[in-house]
Design a protein around this ligand. Sequence first.
Ligand SMILES: [Zn+2]
Ligand SMILES: [Zn+2]
Length: 297
Amino acid sequence: MVASACLPRVGTAQDSKTRLILLGTGGGPRPRRSSSAPAQVIVVNNAAYVVDCGDGVARQLVLAGVPLAQLRHVFVTHQHSDHNADYGNLLLLAWTAGLRTRVDAWGPPPLEQMTTLFFEMNSYDIRTRIADEDRVPLRPLIHVHELIDGGLVVEDDSVRVTAALVDHPPVVPAFAYRFDTPDRSIVVSGDTKPSEALIELARGADVLVHEALYDAAAVDRLVAAVPNAARLKQSIVSHHTTAEEAGRSAQRAGVGTLVLSHLIPAEDSLVTEQMWIDAARTHFAGTVVVGKDLLEI
Ligand SMILES: [Zn+2]
Ligand SMILES: [Zn+2]
């Protein structure tokens, strides 16, 4: 068990109030041994802002030491299952863990329909627990906001959240999010090809968490065992950003720290941590961090 106090820390904001924890750093929906599906949490003033809800996100929050009852906002970058498979489960399981306060959920359509259908699917359990365990009704706590364009998403006393439309065909819209807190600015790319809109959003940020693909040969190894290998490879290579290109975007945006996450491939002994770093450093002069589950930055 990893206690939050023991999590490795990197970067320059060790004593700041804003915490960024990578919850899941492997790209793609296929469950893996060594990395969870994409998710990260930003914690400010005891409120958790979760970005993406890959498989296992609630469990990863527990392992990171973030109380589920602190869940305040959920941001979905786009509607691919490696980013939304546990969206509903996060809401439900946070409620079972003691959540009694409002949660706002933000993301592309059909987020509203997904939420409605999820609660319908789980209505028996929710109804039973309200009657049997004296819990507050769950559905009224959840406020869904569908996003179709970039710009200001939400602003409160702790955080200003803005979004940019990124380029991840055929999934439209797909968003990157920027979080400006009193002490830090953090950008999460979501999934995207190299994107001018992302570079603008990330301009001058302290930390850019960017998705990263290693190279075509690594993708060949990744898809080797699946029946739809050729089409899947074409999809992966054309909808994502290489680590080298992520470094180029980070350099152009002038960010301080580039965090490579949503790694493709996530488990490949032929692609070492140093190789990821070297690829990103081809064009980026700042700090490069290779994402690992439960790493705090
Ligand atoms: Zn993805
Ligand atoms: Zn995607």
